[in-house]
Every structure is written in C-alpha cells, then in structure tokens.
Design a protein. Structure first.
Length: 485
C-alpha cells in the first residue's frame, strides 16, 4: 500500500529523476475512455462531456508535469488535445461550431503546454538541486569514512547523527542509532576501575554545555574485548550563521602507542639514573677505602680497590657508550668500518676475557675453525659481548654456555646458547625493541637498560645480516646472528 502511495505521490518522488513515459500516457488515455463511457454508457448523452472534463484535464497536466517533469506534462497535453479533436469531429456539430471548437482546442492546448513546461521545469530543477546535495553528502560521507581518526557528529542535544568506521575500530563498539551522549549510559569503561564512565563525562556533552570547544581530553579506556587503550578526544561545537549552536563534533584519536612510548621513556629515565648511580656510588666508596688503605700503607688492599674502581669506571663507560650508540642509531650516524678478519679468533678473545668474569659459568666454543668475514670488527665484538653477557646475566644459576659458528651457502651464523631463565614466546619479538625489558622496572632483578639487543640488532642489520632468538621459558635461550659472506 505504502509502495503504491509513494509511486503516486509526486512529493515522495522529488529528487528522483526517473520520469515515466508510460504512466501519463496510460492514465490520460484511460481518462478519455472513461469520459466516453460516462457520456455514452451512463448518461446516454454524447454532449454530456462538458466543462468538467477541462478541470480534470488541467488537474492531470499539473499532476503529471509535477510527477514526471516536462515530458509527463506534454504527453498529458497531447492526449488531451487529441481527445478534444476527437470530440469535435465525433459529435453532431455544424461547421461553424467545428471551426470554433478547433480554435478553442488549440488555444487551450497552448495554455496547457505552457503550464506543463513551467511546472515540469520547476520539478526538474528541484530534482537537480536535491541530487546535487545528495551527491555532496555522499562525497562527504566517503571522506568521513576514510579518515584515520574516529569521528562523532551529534545534534545540539548530543544525539548521534553520524560516526565513521575508524571510531568503531578504536572503541570496538558501534554507537546505537539515536544514542544521546551525555544522557544515555556511557558505553565505555575506565581501564583503572573497569566501571563505565559517567554519561556526563562525555566530551561532546561538556562542550555543548560549556558552549565552547574542549580539546585534548585524554581517557584511559577498557574495551569490551579487554584491551586497554588511551584515546584523545577533541570536541567542538558547531554554530550556524546566527551564532546558534546547531551541532557538535568529536575527533577521537588512538594514542595508546604514544602513551606506551612515553611510559617507556619515563621508566628508562628512572632506570638510567639508577644504573648510573650504582657504579658512581661504588666508585666513591672504593676511592674512600683506597685513601684509607694508602694512609695505612696497605698496598695489596689499595691495588684491590684500584681494580674495583677500574671495573666500575668501565661499567660507566659501557653505559654511556650504549646511550651514545642509541643516539647514533636514531640520528643514522652509526657508521661501519669494515675489514676482513677471522671471527673465530674474535670469539676466542671475547670468551677468554668474559670467562674471567665468572666462575659459575663454563663458556664452551663448539667450532673453532677459522672463518674470515668482512665486517666492522669492533661492532661485531660489541654484539658478541652483549650476547655473552646476557647469557651469563640471565642464567643466574650458572651452567654451560655454548658458542658456535656455522657456515651455509651465503652466510655464517654465530649462536650463543644458554640454559638460563629463557624467554616466553610472546616476549621474543619485543626484546629487540628499544628500552624493552621482560621484567617490569618496578620488580627488576637484573640490571641493564634494555638497549643491548636493540643496538646489536641494528649493528647486525647494518651488515645486512639478521639477529634472532629461539627460546623456551625456564629452559634457556639461543641467540643467533648471521653475516652475509
Ligand atoms: P638488558 O639486558 O640491558 O635488559 P637487552 O636489550 O640486552 O637489555 O635485553 C632485553 C631483554 O631481553 C632483557 O631485559 C631480558 O629480559 C631479555 N633477554 C636478553 N637476553 C636474554 C637471555 N639470554 N635469556 C633470557 N632473557 C634475555
């Protein structure tokens, strides 16, 4: 029923530029037939077709030009005028009446045509305007959907009019249609307490209430899938020409990664200060002790303290070198000085000096064959020292550490295997990130800045090689790095 009504209602068809040709034709012919049936069949008077038909014809012409544009009006006019001619010749009129009839029919026809053109043209212009507006709306929609930020647009009461896909991606939910921000239950939970925000905490609601934009509001949220996210919301009120608020819009950006980085940097600063403070405190303590011993003339003890001072100074040097390397990597200034050298020999040197630092571990080189590589000797040395120190550091209960060189067609692969604490699958990719450490800084058991593997990976990759790990939590880890031949 509604379909039929919509089909017949010209207002419903505004903006729809499908103009029918058949419908006005059929309707007007049907009107003529009905009129003939009426005069011959019902009132039995052929002259009964009188002025009433003119009114009906005018109504039809107006209707069809408004429904089907100029063509609809013209079709109706042609059929009407043809019908008039049919009546003039069909009815028993004399010659003078016929001549007057033809004149009248033609004059009325001209008026009808003008009516059809004016109304039809109006209808077609309205259709075009509506069409253009719809196109612009569609175009805006398309842009809105593809924006990289989430968008909510509401009316001035906070009722959601429009959102985009990115909003759903960020929040993990779709706002139901007709949802009112600031009034309906807030659909997002806080990450700290896991309870929903107050409806009135909605940024759009506050902007609408305060009559001004509210920018850079940050929210820590917990999505329904349990993921904690940080979002930044910028809400603005939108005014019309008369400065009246007619709508509001929010832009929602996912800043979880930036926040995580910020947190890592804060942790790093506190860790770096802690790491640097430890050797400085020891240095001070050993210098005091040594001064005491020098006063007491105990050379053996003084030498012992001197050596500890040297160790702590070295530790400080390592820490500052790491920090410098990171800054070199960041500014792309970590250059390589490549030369040909025997990597087996470098491994022997390192193992000998590192073995000297631990009695609990036994470092075993499995393959000692000479192996010439073209690389930066100092940087490869640094990678090996880092892997071996980690192997010792992360196997606190001692045991064996194996170092091995393998050669395949295009590269040599060096591996360092320990039987320490191991690394869970989920952490294995992240340990190569800058500042990443498996344990939380607050509960740290192992010293370090979380920079060693990041620097090592950069060094190896700059040699066009690769650094990776195979590990099982609780069983130990094997770190591998390859260098192209
Ligand atoms: P740091 O040792 O200074 O923390 P690294 O970049 O060298 O930094 O290592 C990053 C993290 O990877 C370490 O914090 C540690 O959790 C993990 N890791 C590195 N080597 C090993 C290893 N051999 N066994 C277990 N975990 C390791």
């Amino acid at each position: 029923m509604k379909k039929i009504f919509n089909y017949l209602n010209p207002i419903e068809r505004l903006g729809n530029n499908e103009y029918s040709f058949i419908f006005p034709l059929v309707a007007n012919v049907a009107l003529c037939i009905l009129s003939e049936v009426y005069s011959y069949g019902i009132v039995h008077d052929p002259m009964a077709v009188g002025t009433y038909i003119i009114f009906i014809n005018v109504a039809f012409i107006i209707y069809f030009s408004f429904r089907d544009g100029i063509s609809g009006g013209i079709i109706s006019t042609i059929i009407t005028v043809l019908y008039y001619f049919y009546i003039i010749y069909n009815r028993p009129y004399d010659k003078t009446q016929i001549a007057t009839g033809i004149d009248t029919a033609l004059s009325i026809g001209v008026i009808y045509i003008l009516l059809a053109i004016i109304i039809g043209w109006l209808k077609q212009t309205i259709d075009k305007l509506i069409g253009r507006e719809a196109n612009e709306k569609l175009w805006l929609q398309l842009i809105l959907q593809q924006l990289a930020v989430g968008v909510i647009i509401t009316d001035n009461k906070g009722r959601v009019l429009q959102t985009n896909n990115q909003l759903e991606n960020i929040l993990g939910i779709k706002l139901p249609s007709g949802y009112i921000l600031g009034k309906d239950k807030h659909l997002i939970r806080r990450s700290s307490t896991n309870i929903p925000f107050f409806a009135k905490q909605s940024s759009i609601y506050q902007a609408l209430k305060a009559h001004k934009s509210i920018i850079r509001k940050e929210f820590a949220m917990r999505r329904n899938d349990g993921k904690d996210i940080f979002v930044q919301v910028d809400s603005s009120v939108i005014r019309n020409k008369n400065n009246r608020i007619v709508a509001a819009a929010s832009i929602i950006s996912d800043i979880t990664q930036e926040k995580e980085l910020e947190r890592q940097k804060d942790d790093f600063l506190s860790m770096a200060s802690h790491e640097l403070k430890t050797p400085i405190t020891s240095l001070k303590m050993f210098i005091d002790l040594q001064t005491q011993q020098l006063k007491e003339n105990d050379a053996t003890k003084a030498v012992y303290y001197n050596e500890r001072i040297r160790d702590q100074a070295n530790r400080l040097k390592e820490l500052t070198n790491d920090l410098l390397d990171v800054s070199r990597i960041q500014t792309n200034k970590l250059g390589l000085k490549t030369e040909d050298f025997d990597i087996a020999e470098v491994i022997h040197d390192i193992v000998e000096s590192i073995q000297g630092t631990t009695k609990a571990h036994k470092i075993i080189i499995k393959n000692t064959k000479k192996q010439i590589v073209k690389a930066d000797r100092y940087r490869i040395y640094q990678v090996l020292v880092n892997l071996l120190s980690n192997a010792i550091k992360y196997s606190p209960r001692g045991k064996k550490i194996f170092v091995q060189i393998n050669k395949d067609k295009n590269s040599i692969v060096v591996s360092v295997q320990d039987f320490g604490i191991g690394i869970s699958k989920s952490q294995q990719e992240r340990i190569f990130d800058r500042l990443y450490q498996v344990s939380e800084p607050r509960e740290r058991t192992y010293p370090g800045l979380g920079l060693g593997l990041y620097i090592s990976k950069e060094i190896v990759e700059r040699h066009k090689g690769n650094l990776w790990v195979e590990s099982q939590k609780g069983k130990g880890s094997t770190f591998f790095f390859s260098l192209p031949l």
